[in-house]
Design a binder for this molecule. Structure first.
Ligand SMILES: C[S@@+](CC[C@H](N)C(=O)[O-])C[C@H]1O[C@@H](n2cnc3c(N)ncnc32)[C@H](O)[C@@H]1O
Length: 302
């Protein structure tokens, strides 16, 4: 194996809530290295089916190798979960029993400096999950206006010093455009200095990743599609990793009249899991069940 395998987050909790069973059809909208899908396939043996959607062709290849033994019980789709309904339509699948979204990046994205996600290791300013996409982090950093950059850093990075960082980036790029991750992270560090435990570039890198991959837009797009393709009694399971994502999920679930939330508070990883997999620390897991139409009518009346 020439890659570090992504450790699936909240694996037992996902297995419990998605409750994959023989005969069921499930969607893993963020296939990654296939950890959660493998568990769903095992739990739904002998004939459950999992549709695995993944934007990143390299991760898709890793998952494909890992899941070979399941044969045609796993259907691979290279694309975005934001097109969930179309992907299912293309496969001739009308309704599904469960949908998992474990959003964001995988270990291989941050561990591979050539992908440009990590400010700790030198690499190109890339940050795309989808190699076919044109927009890269370098394009954003070198061409967006100072106001656009400041807004993105504030909105998606919740970076209080966004205007100062944006100003310095625009000044610096007049002399030399940004090409590498460390070039950008050093410029940010020189703009705002070191504060506390987190690296000064953390929030800006998060903002760039969200912008480049339109992460919040994709999440907003998939939720209503998930709601409508679920069978009655089907489960929607979403793991998110920062408050911006969790807020979108929470709001959507609260407003939906078809989905009944079963996790009053989000499920979070045990201390044990946080110790063994530090990436799991910020995970928040929310689950909702599609109501029977009668239940909906009852609820609307009350
Ligand atoms: C946290 S990882 C999932 C890990 C997976 N659950 C496992 O056990 O290996 C998230 C994955 O979603 C992919 N991804 C991100 N945005 C996506 C999108 N809009 N559509 C499909 N896949 C996406 C990323 O490339 C990454 O591989």
């Amino acid at each position: 194996m020439d890659h570090v395998q992504h450790i699936p987050v909240l694996l037992e909790e996902v297995r419990h809530y998605i409750h994959a069973e023989s005969g069921g059809v499930y969607v893993d909208g963020t296939l990654g290295h296939g950890g959660h899908t493998e568990a769903m396939l095992n739990d739904s043996a002998p004939d459950g089916v999992v549709v695995g959607i993944e934007l990143d062709s390299r991760n898709m290849e890793i998952a494909n190798k890992r899941l070979q033994s399941f044969g045609d019980r796993v259907l691979f789709v290279q694309g975005s979960y934001s097109d969930l309904a179309r992907h299912l339509d293309d496969l001739g699948i009308e309704k599904v029993d469960g949908i998992l979204l474990d959003v964001g990046f995988s270990s291989s994205h941050v561990d591979d400096p050539t992908r440009g996600f990590s400010f700790m290791n030198e690499g190109p300013l890339d940050m795309r999950y989808d190699f076919d996409q044109e927009l890269t982090a370098a394009e954003v950093v070198n061409s967006w206006s100072e106001a656009q950059l400041a807004e993105a850093f504030l909105l998606y990075g919740e970076e209080k010093q966004a205007p100062k960082i944006a100003r310095l980036i625009v000044q610096r790029r007049r002399e030399k455009i940004f090409r590498t991750t460390t070039d950008l992270s050093e410029t940010i560090a020189s703009a705002i200095g070191r504060r506390g435990r987190i690296h000064p570039a953390t929030r800006v890198f998060q903002a760039l990743r969200i912008v480049v991959n339109d992460e919040l837009g994709s999440l907003k797009a998939v939720l209503p599609q998930a709601e409508s393709v679920l069978k009655e009694g089907g489960r929607l399971c979403v793991i998110s990793f920062h408050s911006l994502e969790d807020r979108i999920v929470k709001k959507f679930l609260r407003r939906s009249s078809d989905l009944q939330v079963v996790t009053k508070k989000p499920v979070t990883p045990t201390e044990e899991e946080q110790k063994t997999n530090p990436r799991a620390r910020s995970a928040k897991f929310r689950v909702a069940i599609k109501q029977k139409s009668n239940d909906n009518q009852e609820q609307k009346k009350t």
